[in-house]
Design a protein around this ligand. Structure first.
Ligand code: G6P
Ligand code: MG
Length: 214
């Protein structure tokens, strides 16, 4: 039986994946290079620090740790500027409704995100009260594909991993859920998210009865 739902944030509940992409692209462009949309897929679900390392690696550029800290902070300030003016209307279609349906069905909900900005986003979009637990980039030491973020979520909800379903748009997040022994619903394209138990275009396609067939 499924007892809890663990949600990734960026790209599942809100469309901040677009803002992350814009901010990283701006940083790359300022440094005189670029990266592809395909490469961008590899940044989804990956921590800020690790994302920057990947981007620099693709460009064949080396920076000191101090420089990297400054670059990551610069990207984050642009990103925070963009999310500071987010509105409840920017919640992805069906996300709020699905969270409400899950809770009405008696299941628990947790956030499982790599982001250190999740508090601001949930506040701005009015979703904070729909989560029983929040596990994000401020409370984990290992990032996806490591299952830590979801294992902590399951633990916070007093639920065994096999009784949890994870909702993820990132390949790294699907790997993390699988490594944690959870069911996983991919949100996005089936070609990219082929390891998920089920793939949907958005949470609007889901209803709680589908979860019992995973
Ligand atoms: C999510 C996004 C990633 C982002 C990470 C850290 O997992 O999918 O693209 O790098 O969070 O976000 P932050 O807001 O802490 O920079
Ligand atoms: Mg995501």
């Amino acid at each position: 039986d499924i007892k809890a739902c663990l949600f990734d944030l960026d790209g599942v509940i809100v469309d901040t994946a677009v803002y992350h992409y814009r901010a990283w692209k701006r940083l790359a462009n300022e440094l005189g290079f670029d990266f592809t949309e395909e490469e961008n897929e590899k940044l989804k679900g990956v921590s800020r620090v690790r994302s920057l390392e990947l981007i620099l690696e693709w460009a064949g550029i080396t920076k000191t740790e101090e420089e990297r800290a400054e670059l990551a902070a610069r990207k984050n300030s642009w990103y925070v500027d963009m999310i500071s003016s987010m509105q409840p209307e920017e919640v992805l279609p069906g996300a709020r409704e699905f969270l409400e349906e899950v809770r009405a069905a008696g299941m628990k909900t947790a956030l499982g995100s790599a982001s250190k900005n999740s508090g601001l986003i949930l506040e701005r979009t009015g979703l904070l009260s729909l989560f029983d637990a929040i596990v994000d980039g401020n409370s984990v030491t290992a990032s996806k594909p490591d299952p830590q973020v979801f294992l902590k979520g399951a633990e916070a909800l007093n639920t065994a991993p096999h009784q949890c379903v994870v909702f993820e748009d990132a390949v790294a997040g699907i790997e993390a859920a699988k490594a944690g022994g959870m069911k996983v619903v991919g949100v996005g394209s089936p070609e990219i998210l082929h390891d998920a138990d089920l793939v949907v275009k958005g949470l609007y396609e889901l209803s709680t009865d589908l979860l019992y067939h995973l």
